[in-house]
Design a protein around this ligand. Structure first.
Ligand SMILES: Nc1nc2c(ncn2[C@@H]2O[C@H](COP(=O)(O)OP(=O)(O)O)[C@@H](O)[C@H]2O)c(=O)[nH]1
Ligand SMILES: [Mg+2]
Length: 348
């Protein structure tokens, strides 16, 4: 089996005639060139392409990749309503004072694409709409949550090549997929609010593990000190690691604690860079990405061959009728495409 899938000789648009396809290829190259020149519409279109998982996406990302690696990625996660968007809003203002160019990706799988919290985020962040060094994009669910974390990773690459120094990712911290999204960040902020009567012990363990910095937002509300103390106690109990997450109180409706938060982020970045940890996690990420790509290509190769040679529907029908079982059908199927040696697999 030859692994030539995804290389340039594979037509990125097989449904078109050759002339149309070449023309589209030229347009795509132009799109990447425009992105590198700083064209916002090109950035927006490229993110749409990755979000919709368009077939020509892989070719584009190949051209984008050599221009990535400069941006520092900051993840902001926490329960809905904890104040993530308000915090991001103030952080943008704070970072702009340092002359940084910033991209924001607001991921909210709980919201439909064009309404709800996403719309609220758009309106809130509109104050930055005229600032050309800020690029804000919302992503909702189109297809699976796994698809969303892939699309987020790819959108980060686009914004990185676009020349952003910092990429902020806001994500609702509820499930595994959001945790996966956060794993693409170099520094992760977990936003909590004063627990009131409740104890912070109820916070999901996974979320505690990923925090580089704890933000106690809405510190104007009662119970902020208690929450801060509890988090610190939980940190005391953990084995001392090289980096102890600071706990930063903020009031994001009135810009309190934002400068302190920005300085905590910079401290963490300094730690990541100086300790070699940043290089380490980026290497791990590349390894995962490479594994994913290999698996993607292998799967695609197999299914392309299977579909070309085998009538799947009739096979499914036979299995439904109990004339065949799925286990031997899978083996038969792979042996027909000259890929799978069934006898060896079964030790026969
Ligand atoms: N009292 C108080 N309310 C806040 C604070 N930060 C945000 N809020 C409010 O909390 C609500 C949710 O904020 P939002 O930023 O949309 O939260 P997100 O869902 O985590 O992005 C909004 O009504 C904010 O005005 C804060 O520091 N104190
Ligand atoms: Mg929000």
């Amino acid at each position: 089996m030859e692994l030539n899938g995804g290389t340039r000789n594979l037509s990125p648009c097989p449904e078109m005639d050759n002339v149309g396809c070449e023309w589209r290829g030229v347009l795509m190259q132009q799109l990447v060139a425009e992105l590198l020149e700083g064209n916002r519409r090109a950035a927006a279109r490229l993110i749409s392409l990755v979000e919709n998982d368009e077939p020509q996406k892989r070719e584009l990302l190949k051209d984008v990749y050599p221009h990535t690696g400069n941006a520092y990625v900051i993840g902001v996660t926490g329960a809905p309503g904890s104040g993530k968007s308000s915090l991001v809003d103030w952080l943008l203002k704070q970072m702009r004072k340092d002359g940084l160019k910033i991209g924001v990706i607001a991921v909210d799988p709980t919201s439909p694409f064009s309404g709800g919290a996403i719309l609220g985020d758009r309106i809130r962040m509109q104050g930055h709409a005229l600032d050309h060094d800020i690029f804000i994009r919302s992503m909702g669910t189109r297809g699976s949550l796994g698809g969303l974390s892939r699309a987020t990773r790819e959108a980060i690459q686009v914004l990185d090549a676009f020349g952003k120094d910092i990429i902020l990712i806001e994500t609702v911290g509820v499930g595994q997929s959001e945790v996966d999204i956060v794993k693409t960040a170099d520094s992760t902020l977990v936003v909590l609010t004063p627990a009131g009567g409740d104890s912070v012990q109820t916070i999901k363990a996974g979320i505690m593990e990923i925090a580089d910095i704890f933000v106690i937002n809405k510190s104007d509300l009662p119970g902020a000190d208690k929450t801060t103390t509890e988090i610190n106690m939980m940190l005391d109990m953990k084995n001392s690691e090289a980096w102890r997450p600071p706990v930063v109180p903020t009031v994001s409706v009135s810009n309190e604690g934002i400068a302190e938060l920005w300085s905590a982020i910079q401290d963490h970045r300094g730690y990541m860079e100086n300790s070699g940890r940043l290089l380490e996690i980026r290497r791990d990420r590349v390894r995962r990405e490479l594994t994913d790509q290999v698996e993607y290509l292998v799967k695609k190769q197999i299914w392309d061959r299977v579909k070309a040679k085998i009538e799947l529907d009739s096979l499914v029908e036979k299995i439904v009728q109990r004339q065949k079982d799925p286990y031997s059908a899978a083996g038969d199927l792979l042996s027909k495409i000259d890929f799978y040696d069934q006898e060896r697999e079964e030790g026969g």
